[in-house]
Ligand binder design. Structure first.
Ligand code: FES
Length: 165
């Protein structure tokens, strides 16, 4: 029977300890790498409306990027058009744009509201202005052609989509 020297035992302890530390790190790295390496998601280019069809301060619901996913197109008072994923980033209720401010927000008309817990979002950016939501609404990239047709074509910011990330 071979006796292990004190040096061999120490070496064995160091190797076992290093393995115990490195194996979980390798798994964690693999997990993180896999999460990041999901690959680019592509979104469809779809016509939403026409600029002539929505009055200033008006809005329109549509489905994007797939059926049953609500989105809202807003014609801002400065003439620009913006669109957002209309699923609240708090707990997933559907938000809507109001020309008239909700109670308690009279000083801030024209906001995007969530009726479930009073979430308020900035229609210019999608950022949270009030309520319990912590993340902004995903902002949809819009393209407007020479005929005034408005197309949704992916997202500018705010991903992942609530419930799909
Ligand atoms: Fe919108 Fe809670 S689900 S504020």
């Amino acid at each position: 029977m071979t006796r292990l020297s004190r040096r061999d035992v120490l070496r064995l302890i160091v190797i076992t300890g290093a393995a115990a530390l490195l194996i979980p790190l390798e798994r964690l790295t693999g997990f993180l790498y896999a999460e990041r390496n999901v690959g680019p998601v592509t979104y469809p280019r779809e016509q939403v409306s026409n600029t002539a069809d929505i009055a200033v301060n008006g809005s329109l619901f549509f489905e994007y990027p797939h059926k049953d996913r609500p989105a809202v197109l807003v014609h801002l008072s400065d003439g620009r058009f913006v669109a957002y994923d209309a699923t609240c980033t708090h707990l997933g209720c559907q938000v809507h744009y109001d020309e008239v401010a909700a109670k308690g927000w009279e000083g801030n008309p024209q906001q995007v509201f969530c009726p479930c817990h009073g979430g308020v979002f900035d229609p210019q950016t999608g950022k949270v202005l009030g309520g319990p939501a912590l993340r902004p609404l995903p902002k949809i990239k819009l393209e407007i052609d020479d005929n005034g047709d408005i197309f949704a074509n992916g997202y500018e910011s705010g991903l992942p989509l609530y419930g799909e990330g």
